[in-house]
Design a protein around this ligand. Structure first.
Ligand SMILES: [Zn+2]
Length: 158
């Protein structure tokens, strides 16, 4: 009888130790998970902070550019015609008898240099101002092929 009890006691002790070990393992696992979770939260928070910094910097740069362009564009609105004539490259400006207005070439044929598209203004001043703004922004005229040059090209190829 005593031997059986001893055996039983040993078994219970072993089960208890096993349970304790499992409980410890479980606790360690939980702690690890909690730590990982915390690290992830910190990382997410840092990423968010960095993103905000980046957006802020981008906004500042954009504002700086806007201000720089505005500083250069706004004086054009109080500039005299003669001064505007001097500060604008005249190559895209022309007077159209047909339209009875001033045109600024927007698109040329790159072979015969014919103006394919233009923006028209009722005064030279307005046309020059338009050209000056494009010049400041660094926008050049576009190039395309006119119908005649295209047909000539197709004939030459045939
Ligand atoms: Zn052409």
């Amino acid at each position: 009888m005593g031997l059986i009890w001893e055996k039983k006691l040993k078994q219970i002790t072993k089960e208890l130790q096993d349970s304790k070990r499992m409980l410890n393992q479980e606790r360690t696992k939980r702690e690890e998970e909690a730590r990982e979770h915390q690290e992830l939260e910190i990382r997410a928070w840092e990423t968010e902070r960095r993103l905000r910094q980046y957006q802020e910097r981008e906004r500042r740069i954009r504002d700086m550019f806007k201000y720089e362009y505005w500083k250069r564009i706004s004086p054009l609105y109080s500039m005299e015609l003669t001064d505007l004539r001097k500060s604008v490259r005249p190559d895209t400006l022309f007077y159209s008898q047909e339209e009875k207005s001033w045109g600024v070439a927007v698109c040329y044929c790159y072979q015969c240099r014919e103006v394919l598209e233009a923006q028209y203004f009722s005064s030279e001043l307005e046309a020059l101002r338009y050209m000056a703004i494009k010049q400041i922004l660094g926008i050049s005229p576009e190039f395309d092929t006119c119908m005649e040059c295209y047909q000539n090209h197709m004939k030459a190829c045939a």
